[in-house]
Design a protein around this ligand. Structure first.
Ligand code: NAP
Ligand code: ZN
Ligand code: ZN
Length: 350
């Protein structure tokens, strides 16, 4: 048994997205049926539709920054009730038994987290479909509570952009006295600035140009530099404890690593489609590290949502109807997003 719902999908790799119908399963014992209100557009959606990393499953309904309201629950559900404001991020299930699942880091599940879209549900082998759709059905343990005080449109991007930047800023213990550079002021970057500032760090934005300077400072950055100016790489040499790289394309890693002080770390969350290179002496001579970070587990995602509510921060969004998704993709690719497109899913109900 399943229910047909309206969605926006890419019918084939690189094709424009279009309105379609998909099936959602009837709720199982521990399932929550969510009426989706808003879904953010993450650059990952574009990488996947374009098959920039790997082959995809088509038709593809992207969207892993989901915010909505519980419409129904299975008989065994205890964590959520009809009418609750809830969110879903990048994964909708995992094995629940491995050491990572038990540690609350389901994104690293040994059997593979079940991604919200462009994956297969291991129980049925059916493809998963994301949030560019009117409803989604998700096990209650993978559904987040959206605190009062966060609006659903501004909270949706927290499900990916929020946790992806919160997790490394927490793990590398940023706070008063730490100097953090955020590379790329897009969806992830603008959340990194807000969260880094809220944690008390001194935040510097490294953007391609000065175009977004006023925004960067308004979002909470203390300093803003355009990397088009080569002097930045000498003026800011050895300046930062942490560089958070949110850029979707490959960068000159040696140049950025040179901005780290001794023991500094460059943590990459951006996922370029091509292989990167670096000169190891840039790391060795100053005991620097190069690291990565991948979203965050359910427990930390809830912690991040509560942190954002406490600090009264959320995403800066441009809300669009589904018909504008393809134009929004072009603008994201052109680094022209301020600072997250969010699809108003009501437009799919018309
Ligand atoms: P986005 O909104 O497009 O932001 C990326 C920003 O990077 C752009 O706004 C731009 O900022 C800068 N940029 C783009 N192309 C560049 C280039 N060629 N050289 C230098 N800077 C460039 O994308 P997003 O949604 O924030 O996602 C960013 C990346 O993170 C994507 O690769 C995405 O797949 C990945 N991601 C990873 C995780 C994870 O868990 N690790 C989670 C979500 C997303 P300026 O205009 O300021 O230069
Ligand atoms: Zn994402
Ligand atoms: Zn697991």
């Amino acid at each position: 048994m399943s229910t047909a719902v309206t969605a926006y999908a890419a019918p084939s790799p690189k094709a424009p997205l279009e309105r379609t119908t998909i099936e959602r399963r009837e709720p199982r014992e521990h399932d929550v049926v969510i009426e989706i209100a808003f879904t953010g557009i993450c650059h990952t959606d574009i990488h996947q539709v374009h098959e920039g990393w790997a082959e995809g499953i088509f038709p593809m309904v992207p969207g892993h920054e989901i915010a909505g309201v519980v419409a129904a629950v299975g008989p065994g559900v205890t964590r959520h009730s009809v009418g609750d404001r809830v969110g879903v991020g990048c994964f909708v299930d995992s094995c629940r038994r491995c050491e990572y699942c038990r540690a609350g880091e389901e994104q690293f599940c040994r059997e593979g987290a079940v991604w919200t879209y462009n994956a297969r549900d291991p129980r049925t082998d059916e493809p998963t479909y994301g949030g560019y759709s009117t409803h989604i059905v998700v096990d209650e343990n993978y559904v987040l509570r959206i605190p009062d005080g966060l609006s659903l449109d501004e909270a949706a991007p927290l499900m990916c952009a929020g946790i992806t930047t919160y997790a490394p800023l927490a793990r590398w213990e940023t706070g008063p006295g730490s100097k953090v550079a955020v590379v790329g002021l897009g969806g992830l970057g603008h959340m990194a600035v807000k969260i880094g500032h809220a944690r008390g760090a001194e935040v510097t934005v490294l953007s391609q140009s000065t175009r977004k300077r006023d925004d960067g400072l308004r979002l909470g950055a203390d300093h803003f530099h355009a990397t088009a100016d080569p002097a930045v790489f000498t003026d800011l040499a050895d300046a930062f404890d942490l560089i958070l790289n949110t850029v979707s394309a490959d960068l000159d890693l040696d140049a950025y690593l040179g901005l780290l002080r001794v023991d500094g770390a460059m943590v990459n969350v951006g996922l370029p489609e091509t292989r990167s290179a670096l000169l190891l002496s840039t790391l060795v001579m100053k005991r620097r590290s190069l690291a990565g970070s991948n979203i965050g587990g359910i427990r930390q995602t809830q912690e991040m949502l509560d942190f954002c509510a406490r600090h009264r921060l959320a995403a800066d969004v441009e809300v669009i109807p589904a018909e504008q998704i393809n134009d929004a993709y072009e603008r994201v690719v052109a680094s022209d997003v301020r600072y997250r497109f969010v699809v108003d899913v009501a437009s799919l109900r018309e």
